[in-house]
Design a protein around this ligand. Sequence first.
Ligand SMILES: C[S@@+](CC[C@H](N)C(=O)[O-])C[C@H]1O[C@@H](n2cnc3c(N)ncnc32)[C@H](O)[C@@H]1O
Length: 371
Amino acid sequence: MRVTEGGLELEVPGEQTEGVEESVFYNPRQELNRDLTIATLRAFREREPRAGSYLDAMTASGIRGVRAAADGWDVTCTDVSDDAVALARANLERNGLEATVERRNANAVMHERPFDVIDLDPYGTPMPFADAAFAKCRDLVCVTATDTAPLCGAHFQSGVRSYSAVPRNTDYHTEMGVRILLSALARSAARFDVGATPLLTHATSHYVRTYLELDRKATAADAAIDELGHLYHCEDCLYREADPGLVADPLERCPHCDGERVLTAGPIWLGPIRDREFVADVRAEIPDEFGTADAARELCDELVTELDRPTHYDQHKLCKNWGLPANAMDDFLADLRAAGFEAARAHYGGTTFKTDATVGEIYAATEANLE
Ligand SMILES: C[S@@+](CC[C@H](N)C(=O)[O-])C[C@H]1O[C@@H](n2cnc3c(N)ncnc32)[C@H](O)[C@@H]1O
């Protein structure tokens, strides 16, 4: 069947059903991811005009490579599947575009030669490809991870195995997943004396996507490692505390409720998950013609205003704990700001927000208007 994306027409196999999570060669639910990728590549080329080569390392239908080639990138597409390679070639030809398409293991290709930009879009965890991507890439590594249950600690052992970290299943599970992923990627890059800094990261539906700018210097790798730390989380009262540094000093009791059920997660990335100016630049590169233009712009807006804090709250869950009805999010956040706290929506969903207030302070600042 034919699909149109980014103004280009592609042939993809089989029935593409709306709502399919993991179609084999083309997942319509990843269109936002791909639209943002193209806008990010445009913004990045403004920032680093030398960047010209792009590796679509797991190309499947060739959609990312086709879209990047249409934007003037010098594209290489790799895939281990014969069917994928044939399809990617046909889709490039259909659009009158040229790219190198190889039936190769992306890990081998990434170790063999450098690219300015590498895009990793595997099924599940990207970690089996991370080392090879950082070994030689010059400027930007783009990564999708769809294994959100291991990342957020819901599948604990799998998360430990994939990410060499302790993920904990908390109320802010999406945030946990984002920061476990960024930690593992920063540590992978550091093995090659490369600093990896997130320019843009978002968690949307069933995946996390991040764009890491590289600085191939040992000091930059050290600076990235300095952004790692641990998180202590009380399962009883939702108290949470970030602890910078590689050595954890776990809390035996919760300083807020004195409970003993305090979890330790980490090492997680405690630094910013995006560069606000860059996200604004990406937003400016989203044309109306993109199928997800409105959603992509809204996401960028939320990422710009989101606070640089490593955890978030969910207003509905807090209100449920307190046995009080939730009010409008804007009013709730306004009450927090009126009480002198920082408060802003998180990009993860309708009732998620970040604040520097503790749970007790949130309650004191908002409960009058929750009655
Ligand atoms: C999730 S799909 C890629 C989707 C595509 N990038 C898109 O945006 O529609 C993952 C692809 O990775 C390929 N793959 C798996 N292991 C690989 C490897 N070691 N090297 C290259 N490709 C691989 C699979 O054959 C599959 O086509």
